[in-house]
Design a protein around this ligand. Structure first.
Ligand code: SAJ
Length: 426
């Protein structure tokens, strides 16, 4: 199938890179977002998100005339839905954005079109939710138009490269839909394109992220054991990983972001009777920020009340600016609840605003009157903080490192007491 014009609906961390990559490959792309501020900003070449290389790509795509930004979908050969799927407080998937994005296609859907859902969704969403909405047009999925599910699997921070190089799964409601999806993504994907059915593709995506979540949970549990038994988890993991079939991940302050901390719940919701391990892993990882608070309490001699803590890094992982579902933010909130005075600093979003948190614009300000420096994210600029420099800028002589980001011996050599997740050596 040949595609000239496509609409990408949802211009967030996935939709915007996808739209501009299609445009760069020569397609005529309409990028659609319901948020008028995002639309107005992008029309002026201003981005609402940070991803390395994205600004240049978007600006060039708009300038070339291949990418237009609109608030509503227009008639096209294909529609790609890349909207968020958050969850409610009770961890059920909130499919409102998927539903409303799908509804917005109905008035412009034409015979022969292809619709692709990319948003991470519970099993059977394409068949049971998206297809019936699109069929309100009077056209039938798999007969009059093609319908497929193709999960995005890119790693934030490396989206533009992974979008092109990663293997791509395309699950059709029928074979012709999967093949139409392959023809669309083949315009830029260099990785292997694997065709399957829609529900398998949905499961693939959920299983990948759940697998990673469960593996991080075991690393976090190992770190608690290491702490109890007086060994260094980082050394222990490094040695265990010399085994040819062992690859233990890193413990840390918890699992955040909009993917791994959310997606496993979609499987738990879909089949609670079959998912005790997945649910437990989620709880272990969600418990990690509490564990950080206890580590800081211990580092400060059992007392948090009135202590000033420089919380360094707020995003959900290193070298990204995304604060969604961030365990670092959670740890900062919990420390305040426990009576500490927190001064937070996020090098990739110095103007971030979060209700109830004091976020300061510079590292120097964050540590100026601290009792302890708490490293919550292994951002490159934070890892590069030289202890000699820190010693000049802060009265604190206690550091708490939740990501193994600072060399303990160098800091100790300058008179700092060092506390690390998963390390309690006598
Ligand atoms: N984390 C650890 N220990 C580790 C690795 C990660 O605590 O050893 C934490 C991170 O700090 C972060 C969270 O886990 O808080 C998730 O980070 P991540 O780098 O593992 O993954 P995401 O959420 O940025 O991206 C994941 C990727 N999925 C997999 O690797 C299976 C990506 O390929 C997906 O496209 C993305 O989810 C998504 O959008 O679903």
């Amino acid at each position: 199938m040949k595609f000239n014009k496509i609409c990408v609906i949802g211009l967030g961390y996935i939709g915007l890179p996808t739209a501009s990559t299609f445009a760069t490959a020569g397609l005529q792309v309409t990028g659609v977002d319901v948020n008028p501020h995002i639309v107005a900003g992008l029309q002026n070449g201003e981005l609402h998100i940070y991803e390395p290389g994205l600004r240049t790509l978007v600006q060039a795509a708009i300038k070339s005339g291949h990418l237009a930004i609109r608030q509503k979908p227009e008639a096209a050969d294909a529609f790609v839905i890349a909207v968020p799927t958050p969850f409610y407080d009770d961890k059920r998937a909130d499919l409102d954005f998927v539903k409303s994005a799908t509804e917005s296609i109905v008035p412009v859907l034409q015979r022969g079109n292809l619709v692709v859902l990319e948003s991470t969704s519970p099993p059977r969403t394409t068949l049971d939710i998206v297809a019936p909405i699109l069929e309100k047009s009077g056209l039938k999925a798999g007969v009059d138009f093609h319908l497929a599910y193709s999960p995005e699997r890119v790693l934030p921070g490396q989206i533009l490269r992974e979008l092109i190089e990663n293997a791509r799964v395309i699950g059709g409601v029928d074979r012709a839909s999967a093949e139409a999806g392959r023809d669309l993504y083949a315009t830029f994907v260099k990785g292997e394109i694997i065709l399957t059915d829609a529900t398998t593709a949905e499961m693939v995506k959920l299983m990948e992220n759940t697998y990673r979540d469960v593996n991080i949970a075991i690393a976090n549990e190992f770190s608690r054991l290491a702490d109890r038994f007086g060994v260094d988890i980082w050394e222990t993991i490094a040695i265990a990983n010399r085994h040819p079939r062992v690859r233990i991940l890193n413990p840390g302050p918890g699992v955040g972001g909009h993917c791994i901390s959310v997606d496993p719940w979609f499987l738990v919701e879909a089949a609670p009777d079959l998912t005790p391990l997945i649910a437990t892993a989620r709880r272990v990882n969600d418990g990690q920020p509490h564990y950080v608070v206890e580590l800081v309490r211990r580092a400060l001699g059992g007392q948090l009340e009135g202590k000033t803590i420089a919380a360094l890094g707020l995003s959900y992982k290193p070298d990204v600016d995304d604060l969604r579902e961030s365990p670092a933010v959670e740890a900062a909130h919990l420390l305040q609840k426990a009576g500490a005075v927190v001064k937070a600093y996020e090098p990739y979003k110095t103007d971030a605003r979060i209700d109830g948190l004091n976020i300061v614009p510079t590292l120097a300000e964050a540590i100026a009157d601290a009792d302890a420096l708490l490293l919550l994210v292994g951002h490159t600029p934070l890892r590069e903080l030289q202890p000699e420099v820190a010693a000049q800028l802060t009265p604190a002589r206690v550091i708490v490192d939740t990501v193994n980001g600072w060399p303990a011996e160098t800091w100790q050599g300058l008179g700092f007491r060092v506390f690390k997740i998963g390390v309690r050596k006598s």
